[in-house]
Design a protein around this ligand. Structure first.
Ligand code: ATP
Ligand code: MG
Ligand code: MG
Length: 548
């Protein structure tokens, strides 16, 4: 592959390794198991795992599971599956909840150093004393409790003697700091809730800021990479590490992925699932990794997308069409070309007396190995697309029309001799003659036609349900619109074609197969398929046809 400029994090890592600051690079991917992973997470996964693939060392998978209420084992499992599917392997599978004992002792250590105190003010009282970004806050009346009193209260908090919210533990830093997060942040809260791993062992849980950096430090993470929202947390991250005198992990921030016409917070995606606005986390319209997988995206295309968007320090908005470009590029080289008719109309060849014959179709002229061939049955009754016939042809119309000629892909040239309409004026049959000498690969007819159309032999065709997808939202930036983001859902994001006709070779499709339905786009089998009913998803159209 061609030489690429280093991104700013790679520069930092190279410097740190060259200067001998660290011997081994250690990164982590730290998802909270409160939902399925999405394409934004894929960016962070490719970054963290990509660094240790490139520079050696290793990457941990750490579940950031310090909030008992929203976390579930189902999410832990799906997140692991998605990371593996993307093609990455972690060194250690770890859980922040495994550090609860250690985090507790860190809190005790801060209390003993006079750097943390138990506060019993209400949330409103705490907020009232917090100050504003331009005005300093004021000390809590409980700020100067003795170490003994703090230790005693914190032990009682842990023992379950108090109700939720009655007491909190705060770091004692600086109520006048210009960084609001440094104004005595809460580090432990009481929550009588069952945790997905520790059960009812704990009724106090550390806040994100008290868990994340310490977990990094416990694991000797050298470069703790997170998104820009955490810039202001870095001061606190460093403060805890310094005061606790533990391994100095360093935090670096990069711009999160924002993508047009979708939303990317697990909380919002969960709403879509819970309100049945999509069929589940892996609905092919979802920006989740499992949704993209079901839609037919390949791991390679997602990794390529993450490579192309790069790593920056400033927020931006990436076009969904770039993701589609990446999957087209991949599938163009790997997907077999097959024929499927989505909106069928009958074509009858009046002078074809052979009954049927087997034709040879090239699977993929773009494939690196040549792609091979397959057998396609032909007969005198075919299905073609309704849109490939015009009773009164437009200018430059090269497809079927009364008296016009067209090539049937992999087969013969036909000429439209006649057509039949029903009582409503809809065309129901097209009658053609064929040119026997015009067989593809062996054409001696000397006739040149400009149009080629696809078809399926009626007596050999299988039927399938085809699902076509469009953008999930009508707005490019549903998050930024007025009102609820769900008001901007695209009512036409899914079109179901219940009975399309597909060539018989497709009966062998499995969930890993990828196809180009000639002229219709790239498709894959959906897991809803049964022995009696095949279901195909359109991954993407052949060209960027999205209307803006
Ligand atoms: P969400 O709002 O989807 O819950 P989150 O940041 O709270 O996002 P986490 O599970 O905590 O979700 O994320 C795990 C990692 O993935 C974090 O390091 C976070 O920085 C990264 N990440 C999450 N969303 C994005 C995104 N859109 N672009 C890049 N990285 C992301
Ligand atoms: Mg998070
Ligand atoms: Mg979140």
């Amino acid at each position: 592959s061609e030489e690429k400029a280093l991104n700013f994090i790679e520069e930092i890592v190279e410097n740190d390794l060259n200067s001998g600051k660290y011997e081994t690079l250690v990164t982590r991917f730290p998802p909270e198991p409160n939902g399925y992973l999405h394409i934004g997470h894929a960016k962070a996964i490719c970054l963290n795992f990509g660094l240790t693939q490139k520079y050696g060392g290793y990457t941990n998978l750490r579940f950031d599971d310090t909030n008992p209420v929203t976390e579930k084992t189902e999410y832990v499992n799906s997140q692991q599956e998605d990371i593996k599917w993307l093609g990455f392997n972690w060194k250690n599978e770890l859980y922040a909840s495994d550090y609860f004992d250690e985090l507790y002792s860190f809190a005790v250590k801060l209390i003993e150093k006079g750097l943390a105190y138990v506060d019993e003010s209400s949330a409103d009282e705490i907020a009232a004393l917090k100050g504003t970004p331009t005005e300093p806050g004021q000390d809590s009346p409980y700020r100067n409790r003795s170490v003994e009193e703090n230790l005693n209260l914190f032990t009682k908090m842990k023992a379950g003697e108090f109700a939720d919210g009655a007491y909190i533990l705060r770091a004692k830093i600086d109520m006048a700091s210009t960084n609001m997060l440094m104004r005595d942040p809460i580090i432990y809260r009481i929550k009588h809730a069952e945790h997905h791993r520790t059960g009812n062992k704990w009724c106090i849980y550390p806040m994100y800021d008290f868990a994340h950096g310490q977990s990094d430090s416990i694991e000797n993470i050298t470069h703790s990479i997170c998104t820009l929202e955490y810039v202001s947390h870095r001061e606190l991250y460093d403060w805890f590490i310094e005061k606790l005198e533990i391994f100095p992990s360093k935090q670096y921030e990069f711009a999160r992925l924002n993508l047009t016409s979708t939303v990317m917070s697990k909380r919002k995606l969960l709403q879509l699932v819970n309100e049945n606005l999509v069929t589940g986390w892996d609905d092919p319209r979802m920006p989740t990794i499992s949704g993209l997988r079901r839609r037919g995206f390949t791991p390679k295309s997602i990794r390529e997308f993450c490579e192309r968007i790069g790593i920056a320090k400033r927020e931006n908005l990436i076009e969904l069409s770039l993701l589609e470009f990446c999957i087209r590029e991949d599938l163009n080289k790997t997907a077999n070309r097959v024929m499927a008719v989505l909106d069928p109309i009958k074509l009858i060849i009046t002078n074809y007396e052979k009954g049927t014959e087997d034709l040879i179709g090239e699977n993929n002229p773009e494939a690196e190995d040549g792609g091979g061939t397959r057998i396609i049955p032909f007969s005198n009754e075919l299905w073609i697309e309704r849109e490939d016939f015009m009773e009164v042809p437009a200018k430059k119309w090269f497809r079927l029309a009364p008296g016009a000629m067209v090539r049937l892909k992999f087969a013969y040239i036909v000429k439209c001799e006649n057509f039949v309409k029903d009582e409503n004026g809809n065309v129901t049959e097209i009658h053609c003659s064929y040119i026997p000498e015009s067989k593809s690969g062996n054409d001696t007819s000397g006739i040149n036609v400009k149009g080629t159309i696809h078809w399926v032999s009626a007596q050999h065709a299988k039927t399938a349900e085809i699902r076509l997808y469009d953008r999930l939202f009508t707005s490019e930036t549903p998050d930024a619109e007025e009102g609820d983001f769900k008001d901007y859902l695209n009512p036409e994001s899914l079109t179901i074609i219940p009975n399309a006709f597909i060539e018989p070779a497709l009966a062998d499709a499995d969930l890993e197969s990828r196809y180009q339905f000639i002229r219709k786009g790239y498709f894959c089998l959906d897991r809803d398929s049964t022995d009696d009913k095949l279901v195909f998803n359109r991954t993407v159209t052949l060209k960027d046809t999205f209307k803006k």
